[in-house]
Design a protein around this ligand. Structure first.
Ligand SMILES: [Zn+2]
Length: 223
């Protein structure tokens, strides 16, 4: 088509029309190339956002080479590198505090950070490097509620459904101190178990129900 038009215009003897045609066709080609290149870049960006199978990393944190997915030490497939690095993808520990008041209510925080911003949950967070989970539960309780709690015992260890987080629930001794929401909380206050706000984390609801069974938490009428 291009050659036909070109030979026709060149044959017609009109130099102006031939030059105009050549310029217009060059512009059209540039626009088309730009469009296709952009589509390609968008595709690459979308692929880069998706984490590779077996873990959230694409490159080796030791040598920056691209990680490979395959069986490691006869175990399941793991991302690994020829330099010796293996991404074991172990669960991430999270310490959570169950803080009762002496009247049988429980201290909850309204989350100010993702996930589930604005919803109510038990105070808790990721365990710091080299920190014991029990110390983490005490620290998170202080940071999110302002309360200095004494940990009584470990209640339960469960995995967060659909996530690689290992939740460790610790029971604190009844604490009636002044509650002050921390920087990561919109609010913090005690609730009786028959007046709980909506709580999206099923594991938190389940541990509260178990604490009712244990007699640690009570209904408003029972206080
Ligand atoms: Zn490496």
């Amino acid at each position: 088509m291009f050659l036909l038009l070109f030979s026709f215009l060149a044959g017609s003897g009109s130099l102006v029309l031939t030059v105009l045609f050549l310029v217009a066709s060059q512009i059209a080609l540039c626009v088309l190339w730009g469009f296709l290149h952009r589509q390609n870049l968008n595709g690459k960006a979308a692929a880069a956002k998706k984490p590779p199978a077996g873990g959230a990393f694409k490159h080796c944190p030791w040598c920056a080479a691209e990680l490979k997915l395959g069986p490691v030490e006869g175990k399941k497939e793991r991302l690994h590198c020829s330099c010796g690095y293996i991404n074991w993808n172990n669960p991430i520990p999270v310490a959570v505090a169950v803080i009762p008041r002496s009247d049988g209510s429980i201290v909850l925080v309204q989350r100010g950070i993702a996930p589930a911003i604005g919803s109510w949950a038990l105070p808790g967070g990721f365990v710091d490097a080299f920190e014991s989970p029990e110390v983490a539960a005490k620290r998170e309780a202080k940071e999110e509620t302002g309360l200095d709690v004494t940990i009584v015992r470990l209640l339960k260890v469960v995995m967060t459904p659909g996530r690689n987080n290992m939740l460790m629930f610790y029971l604190a001794a009844p604490c009636d101190g002044v509650i002050v929401p921390g920087p990561e909380s919109k609010d913090a206050k005690p609730y009786f178990v028959d007046q709980l706000p909506e709580m999206p984390f099923s594991t938190h609801r389940e541990i509260i129900a178990e604490c009712v069974q244990l007699g640690v938490l009570k209904n408003s009428a029972a206080s």
